[in-house]
Design a protein. Structure first.
Length: 240
């Protein structure tokens, strides 16, 4: 059984035991690349992770090391773990394909494993990012004439540097004063992320009520690349 594409030449000889007469045949076998592609589907809310295991079989008589670096694909939302596995003779091991979308979108990605001993394994992944399943929020409480500061933390996952724009709006959409303010620069320069874990970032939010009672706001952190983080802001003020 050939594991890799190529031209294979060999001879087969048949011999009669008594007379020692023999006949032989020369074979030339042209093995083409397999057209079989293993298909998978990964669907996940934005910034949440979903995983799919893929099995690597070793039909040879030797133990073979398979490296993460032998996988070829072009998608920043995918990661393959672990870094390497040792597949024993006539056994199988698994790699895990992790998908974390950053925007709501659909795409397709080809993944190819090229191992010198085992040949090529081809996969196709249908990838879909959907809307987040939960809404983050911050709750504030203080007396009129005072203020309260809290920090909103988020993670930057993109493999390139990004500038995020920060703004706060009234939840009712009406013009006028808002009890919530950004403390500091209204932009954040995020460095390129060099791992799937991301880079931790934060924004300081100040609650400074103008009237007694409840108020609401919406924190929006966006980039020109289409990345967006939202959080509801809830404030409750009391008499001094």
């Amino acid at each position: 059984m050939a594991l890799k594409a190529g031209v294979y030449k060999f001879s087969v000889t048949f011999m009669e035991k008594t007379t020692r007469e023999y006949i032989f045949y020369n074979f030339v076998v042209n093995v083409e690349e397999s057209k079989e592609i293993e298909k998978h589907e990964l669907i996940s809310p934005v910034r949440e992770q979903v995983s799919q295991h893929i099995v690597i079989e070793n039909p040879t008589n030797d133990d073979i090391k398979v490296l993460k670096s032998q996988f070829i694909f072009a998608n920043d939302y995918l990661e393959i773990t672990p870094d390497e596995v040792m597949v024993k003779a006539h056994e199988s091991r698994e790699f895990t394909v992790n998908f974390r979308p950053l925007i709501i979108a659909e795409s397709s990605c080809d993944v190819v494993l090229k191992n010198p001993q085992l040949g090529e394994f081809k996969y196709n992944f249908f990838l879909k990012g959907i809307a987040p399943t939960s809404q983050r929020s911050l709750a504030f409480k203080c007396s009129l004439g005072q203020d309260q500061m809290q920090t909103f933390k988020f993670v930057h996952y993109m493999r390139k540097a990004v500038t995020y724009t920060i703004k706060i709006e009234r939840a009712d959409g009406l013009p006028g004063l808002c009890d919530f303010k950004i403390d500091g620069n209204p932009t954040i320069a995020a460095p390129a992320c060099d791992s799937f874990k991301g880079v931790d970032l934060q924004v300081n939010i100040k609650y400074e009520p103008y009237t007694i009672g409840d108020s609401r706001g919406i924190l929006k952190i966006t980039s020109v690349e289409g990345i967006e983080y939202n959080a509801m802001l809830f404030g409750r003020s009391s008499a001094p």
